[in-house]
Write a new protein. Structure first.
Length: 427
């Protein structure tokens, strides 16, 4: 079977490994930007960063990260002004993105260049902003990959696998494996197959300290950084858990997919398919017997407000959680639910499977204990037909919603949703 797996992975690499065009474009763009910086008398240098610098980007990726490293001695005391210094030197049409330190996006030759101003630092203590450390992370990764050229392809396989099973990205609406975390995992396990073999045997918590910064890494971090399923001590910032964003859900999904692939290797584990209403319905039909009750599937499509992708997509995720929570609050049984933000098209799909039921017109409402005389009086005054049972008052109240369709139709149009989504429609 090992030979079959090797052949399969070789085929995957032929599909996901790009040519040199992206690196050439990045090099040309950086060269022009450095001329602009020099001409303006700005003591800074633009460098290629991210997966482009590491040589681990995938075919079809059109994002290029670029750091503009400003001299620390000259600009260190005014590091909050780096974005203002950089802005007038960028090509026309550059979009400013607000963050802990503003950065810029520039479309050029079919690629999206993300240009991040940072201070040139050599250690964490010199950083004035979290982004200042990013070039050191890239340098650490590049050093490892150059020692073992095969690592770049192993990282590519891990990225594609994670994208296909929907666990790639540390953004708050995903809470999956970041590219940085996958780099570190491959530095630890060396090959994609060894990573999956290890993942298939992972327990509820994993602790990795590549540089052995701590004798007991699981206790070396602040408690708030030890809550996730995985602790990976950042090689450059030993006080940081590189996997802090990873959720238990995405951790478990990765483990399950690793076991499934090792049991039966197949190309489907590397095929990235966007969620669509048709796919949701197909999967629901396959699983309908699992719910063991008469169920109904609702599919919703939501469109984000304008703004930074991570922020607006997270708002849509909050809308999803709100709808599920409110359905349960109104006594509907939620059997399954899911959410996916479609980055390319700028919308999200939600699905919610509920028990298909029509609730009674009225429900029993629990009131205060009879011993709480003031509250008991208010309860009796507000409701009719109040009954006492085991020292507590109860009354029958009219339900706001009797069917899940009524509830969703109303909930998708309330103020909470309007504040977080441009629109939410049942499809």
């Amino acid at each position: 079977m090992a030979q079959d797996v090797e052949a399969l992975l070789a085929e995957v690499l032929t599909r996901i490994k790009p040519g040199a065009t992206q690196f050439k474009e990045a090099s040309i763009f950086v060269k022009r930007l450095n001329k602009q910086l020099k001409h303006a008398g700005v003591k800074a240098k633009a460098i290629i960063a991210g997966s482009t610098a590491k040589g681990t980007f995938l075919k079809g990726d059109h994002d290029i990260d670029i750091f503009v490293r400003f001299d620390r001695k000259r600009y260190g005391e005014h590091s909050d002004k780096l974005s203002e210094l950089l802005a007038p030197l960028l090509p026309q049409g550059s979009e400013r993105i607000h963050g802990s330190r503003d950065y810029f996006q520039v479309k050029h030759e079919g690629y999206m260049h993300e240009i991040v101003p940072v201070l040139k630092v050599s250690k964490a203590s010199q950083a004035r902003n979290v982004t200042d450390m990013s070039p050191l992370h890239v340098h650490y990764a590049v050093r490892h990959i150059r020692r073992n050229k095969g690592l770049a392809d192993e990282i590519r396989l891990a990225k594609q696998f994670c994208k296909a099973i929907k666990v790639y990205g540390a953004e708050s609406y995903i809470n999956g494996f970041s590219g940085h975390v996958l780099d570190l995992l491959l530095f630890r396990y060396q090959t994609f197959q060894r990573l999956l073999t290890a993942a298939a045997q992972w327990g509820t918590n994993v602790v990795i300290d590549l540089e052995r910064h701590h004798a007991k890494p699981e206790f070396a971090l602040e408690k708030s950084k030890r809550l996730g399923p995985m602790i990976i001590i950042d090689p450059v910032q030993p006080e940081r858990n590189a996997a802090a964003a990873l959720s238990h859900e995405k951790f478990e999904r990765f483990k399950e997919a690793a076991r499934a692939f090792l049991d039966e290797p197949a190309l489907k584990y590397f095929k990235v398919e966007a969620l669509t209403p048709a796919r949701i319905r197909h999967e629901y039909e396959k699983r309908v017997d699992e719910f063991r009750v008469n169920s109904r599937l609702f599919i919703l499509e939501s469109e984000p407000m304008d703004g930074k992708e991570d922020v607006v997509a997270t708002k849509l995720l909050k809308v999803h959680h709100y709808l599920v929570r409110q359905l349960k609050r109104h006594d509907f049984t939620v059997l399954d639910d899911g959410f996916e933000y479609e980055k390319q098209h700028g919308y999200a799909l939600h699905y919610i499977v509920v028990r298909n039921q029509r609730l009674s017109e009225k429900k029993e409402w629990q009131g205060p204990p009879v011993t709480a005389k003031r509250d008991a009086k208010r309860f009796r005054d507000k409701h009719t037909g109040v009954r006492e049972r085991k020292g507590r008052l109860y009354a029958k109240v009219r339900r706001q919603y009797r069917t899940p369709l009524q509830a969703l139709h109303d909930l998708t149009r309330n103020q909470y949703v309007y504040d977080r989504a441009w629109r939410v429609d049942i499809v």
